[in-house]
Write a new protein. Sequence first.
Length: 86
Amino acid sequence: MSDLHLEIKNLIIEALGLEDMTPADLPSDLTLFGEGLGLDSVDALELGLAIQKRFGIKIDAEAKDTRTHFANVASLAAFVSAHQAA
């Protein structure tokens, strides 16, 4: 598991108060919303704010591809990596 994947998993657990989970409980390809982890729109807002704060990235909630970026830990890591490199 990459350091960025681990950092994002810990961020999800911390930001959403998932105290009974560990990073090992979150496979990088697990769907975060709906089926899978079962997050909802309020969780999406909290997670988006946490990502912006931690990584200094501006997230456009209205962008068409935002849902794709938040599909799972792997896609979030790719999104963060791309914006940090830019």
